[in-house]
Design a binder for this molecule. Structure first.
Ligand code: IPM
Ligand code: MN
Length: 358
């Protein structure tokens, strides 16, 4: 049966990189239909809301969402619920996308681009499994009020709530253990159990679920230590599972180890394997409209979509191989360029990947 992809390019470089991903997908001639809709700042400008009803409806009735990026300086002063970022939070919540897979892969041709010594990152292949619909991001109550007690009683305060329920931790634990089974059979769970109740529940739950996966070694790490280990010896880590906030922070850190945030794809999935696939980088409004952005993260996000939501693993392999081939052939957009390589534009990079599909 023909599957449907919602194409939400969003703001900034979103439309330029999305055009390249669509070019690659269409070259594979798959049994897919694509439907585009506005999201983020461009949707706010057109409809007064970053996630209009019609866009949400399209996302819900699609098998997968291919997402570009949202955000622009122009919208920084809007009220929080109207900011472009709310579109992505709203989609995660509405589709129940509780699993966030964020691979950090250092391609051998790009080792030089990392801020760490080449020997620390060459061959790095790390998977961060981030819980995506809970934690302090969505916990209630939250808000602003006049502080009712304590040293600063009577002053204005802001408050958020860090919360996780047992089943919420269990379901992400199962995803992470299964991912570890398919890789190095080593799982690192990251928390702050020396301070936080939420983290203690997280740790207890991980230990319990671990009994169902005797072939996987589970290790616990405090988040501050994890931040340190990521820059000290990242290759000792394989699969890392953590909550929403810690995962947000650590995945940016891990992305930078690879030297090229313009290369990293990510997947957000629900129980039904419906997913939203997006590059790990943002909308880069400073370089939008110049045809110089790196489209490879968007193209690799399309590959993840084929693999995780659309049951087309061979097509996903083809795209990933083609990306490796263009890197080996020396094609580079400005963000990953170095002496002796072929400097290409965003659309030329898309063409090169299509040509490398063979
Ligand atoms: C991310 C982003 C989002 C997050 C923002 C834009 C809401 O930083 O996908 O990592 O914090 O989850
Ligand atoms: Mn982030």
């Amino acid at each position: 049966m023909t599957k449907k992809v919602a194409v939400l390019a969003g703001d900034g470089i979103g439309s330029e990189i999305m055009a390249q991903a669509l070019k690659v997908l269409k070259a594979l001639d798959l049994d897919l239909v694509y439907e585009e809709a506005l999201v983020g700042g461009v949707a706010y400008a057109a409809y007064g809301h970053p996630l209009p009803e019609s866009t949400l409806k399209l996302a819900k009735e699609s098998d997968a969402v291919l997402f570009g990026a949202v955000g622009d300086f122009k919208y920084d002063n809007l009220e929080r619920h109207l900011r472009p970022e709310q579109a992505i939070l709203g989609l995660r919540k509405a589709l129940g996308l509780f699993v966030n897979l964020r691979p950090a892969v250092c391609y051998k041709e790009l080792t030089y681009a990392s801020s760490l010594k080449p020997e620390l990152v060459s061959g790095l292949d790390l998977l961060i499994v981030r819980e995506l619909t809970g934690d302090v991001y969505f916990g209630q109550p939250r808000g602003r009020r006049i502080s009712p007690d304590g040293l600063f009683a009577g002053s204005e305060e802001g408050f958020d709530t860090m919360r996780y329920s047992k089943p919420e931790v269990e379901r992400i634990a199962h995803v992470a253990f299964k991912a570890a089974q398919g890789r190095g059979k080593h799982l690192t769970s990251v928390d702050k159990a020396n301070v936080l109740e939420t983290s203690q529940l997280w740790r207890d739950t991980m230990n319990r679920v671990a009994k169902e996966y005797p072939d996987v070694t589970l290790e616990h790490m405090y988040v501050d230590n994890a931040a340190m280990q990521l820059v000290r010896a990242p290759k000792k880590l394989d699969v890392l599972v953590t909550g929403n906030l810690f995962g947000d922070i650590l995945s940016d850190e891990a992305a930078m180890l690879t030297g090229s945030i313009g290369m990293l794809a990510s997947a957000a999935l629900n129980e039904k394997k419906q997913g939203l696939f997006e590059p790990s980088h943002g909308s880069a409004p400073d370089i939008a409209g110049q045809n110089i952005a790196n489209p490879l993260a968007q193209i690799l996000s399309a590959a993840m979509m084929l693999r995780y939501s659309l049951d087309m693993p061979e097509a996903a392999d083809k795209i990933e191989k083609a990306v490796k081939r263009v890197l080996a052939e020396g094609y580079r957009t400005g963000d990953i360029w170095s002496e002796g390589c072929k400097k290409v534009t965003c659309s030329e990079m898309g063409d090169a990947v299509v040509a490398a599909l063979q």
